[in-house]
Design a binder for this molecule. Sequence first.
Ligand code: ATP
Length: 241
Amino acid sequence: MLKLSDVRITYGAGVIAADGATLSVADGQAVTIIGGNGAGKSTLLRAASGVLRAAGGRVVGGDITWRDGRIDNRRASEIVREGIAHVPEGRRVFGNLSVEENLEAAGIVLRDRAERRRLIAEAYERFPVLGERRRQPAGLLSGGEQQMLAICRGLMSKPRLLILDEPTLGLAPLIVKQIAASVKEIHGSGTGVLLVEQNAAVALSVVEYAYVLESGRVVLEGPAAELQASDDVRRLYLGAG
Ligand code: ATP
C-alpha cells in the first residue's frame, strides 16, 4: 500500500504545495484525488513517484511509505523499480521516436527482453491503433493516441501502482470514454491506480475511493459513490447547481 502521512511539500522557499496531506492507496485499489487548480494534486503524485525533485520540490514534513518502506525524497528511478509508475500530465512521449521505440525505451527497466516483447504486444492488444502505427513517429499521433502511448509506457515497467495525471485533458468525449474504460480495465486486471482528473465526473466513475484536496490538504474523503452523491462535491466539482 502507498501511504502519505501528514505530508508537507515545498517548491523553493516560498511555495507550500502540500500542507499536511494524508491519503493512502491499498494494493490494487483505484483512487482519485479531486480538487481545484493549484490544490496540490500533481504535487502529491510527483512526491509518490519520486519525480518531485526534478520539478524543484521537496518533501519537508510527514512521510511517504510504499509497501512498508520510506520512499519520500527517493529517486524516481528506484521507485519505478519498486513498482510505482507515473504517467505525467501532458502525455510526454518522445515525438521523434516511433511508437515502438517509445515502448522499448520505457521497458528498459525490465532486464528480460522476452518480457518486454510480451508487454509491447499487450499494449497493441489494448490499443490496436498503436500497433497499426508502431513504425510512425509518436509526434504524428493524435492527442488521444499519444495519451494511449503514454499509458502503455507507464505499464512497461509492470507497475503495481499506476499514477495517472490528467489523462483525458483536452481530449474529445469519445476518446475520454475510451481512456476511462482502459483505466478501469487496467485496474480490473489487478493494478492499483492513483488518478488525478480535471473531469471529476469521469474520475469518480472509474475509481473506488476519492479524496478532495484543498490548499494542499485533504478536506473530504470517501467511497466514490458517496462523493458523487455529496451536495458539496456536486456543486463544486461536478458542475451541478
Ligand atoms: P492543476 O490542476 O492546476 O495542475 P494541482 O492541484 O495539480 O493543480 P499543483 O500543480 O500540484 O496543483 O500545484 C500546487 C502548488 O504548487 C501551486 O501553488 C503551484 O503554483 C505550485 N507549483 C507546482 N509546481 C511547481 C513548480 N515546479 N515550481 C514551483 N511551484 C510549483
